[in-house]
Ligand binder design. Structure first.
Ligand SMILES: Nc1ncnc2c1ncn2[C@@H]1O[C@H](COP(=O)(O)OP(=O)(O)OP(=O)(O)O)[C@@H](O)[C@H]1O
Ligand SMILES: [Mg+2]
Length: 210
């Protein structure tokens, strides 16, 4: 902020394992989103390091960070963030557009991922023509279509009912196993934490001792 310096995170350390689901939990304002933005390379830490695939990525230029992010990180947002005028297929194809990949192969890849999240029959609909849970499944297909090293999801179920929330977490968990992707999910709802997942608990911007 202009006059006040806010320390959102301090003394945070941890490891996100390959092909594992990690939940980031903690009270409102504790620093979960800040941590996810740093892990997802949307923000840079003012000190400390972030290492992904043995590379220190915490001080890359904006351009190099954007390249690295596009290759290795997928995002799922609380409010889905689909493009309303595009069909579901076009939404899922979107992250592949600036890659050297033929349009037919791109289309096939989008169809494959929409099928994997159970939406094969809806590919020509637009986001406004499906339910909230289905929109989040499209967003998951879009995050995974580039086969990223890691998927970051900040409160992906906050706009969904309890059953749909569980289904969405189960879907992320299943895709992680199939694709060997690391999934990082931030949630204040600890009942969503699945067995065998890692948990990073943030309290007042610090990793709490388990
Ligand atoms: N743009 C900003 N300017 C100033 N302070 C900020 C800004 N964004 C976040 N903060 C502060 O940083 C701290 C961490 O915020 P953060 O958004 O990471 O919390 P959170 O754990 O994600 O909370 P929630 O569960 O409500 O989403 C809070 O004290 C917050 O007030
Ligand atoms: Mg948050």
């Amino acid at each position: 902020m202009d006059r006040v310096q806010v320390t959102a995170l301090a003394n945070v350390s941890g490891v996100i394992a390959k092909a594992e689901t990690t939940f980031v939990t903690g009270p409102s304002g504790s620093g979960k989103s800040t941590l996810l933005n740093i892990i997802g390379m949307l923000d840079q830490p003012s000190s400390g390091t972030l290492t992904i695939l043995d590379q220190d990525v915490s001080r890359l230029s904006d351009r190099d960070a954007a390249d690295f992010r596009a290759r290795h990180i997928g995002f799922v947002f609380q409010s889905f963030n689909l493009i309303p005028v595009l069909s579901l297929r076009e939404n899922v194809e979107f992250p592949l557009l600036n890659r050297k990949i033929a349009s037919r192969a791109r289309r096939a890849k989008a169809m494959e991922y929409l099928d994997a999240v159970g939406l094969a029959e809806f590919v020509d609909r637009r986001p406004g023509e499906i339910s909230g849970g289905q929109r989040q499944r499209v967003a998951i297909a879009r995050a995974l279509v580039t086969e990223p090293t890691m998927v970051i999801a900040d409160e992906p179920t906050a706009n969904l009912d309890t059953k749909t929330s569980r289904d969405i977490i189960a879907l992320l968990d299943r895709m992680k196993s199939e694709l060997s992707t690391s999934i990082v999910i931030c949630t204040h709802d600890t009942s969503l934490i699945t067995p065998a997942s890692a948990v990073i608990n943030i309290v007042d911007g610090q990793t709490a001792q388990e």
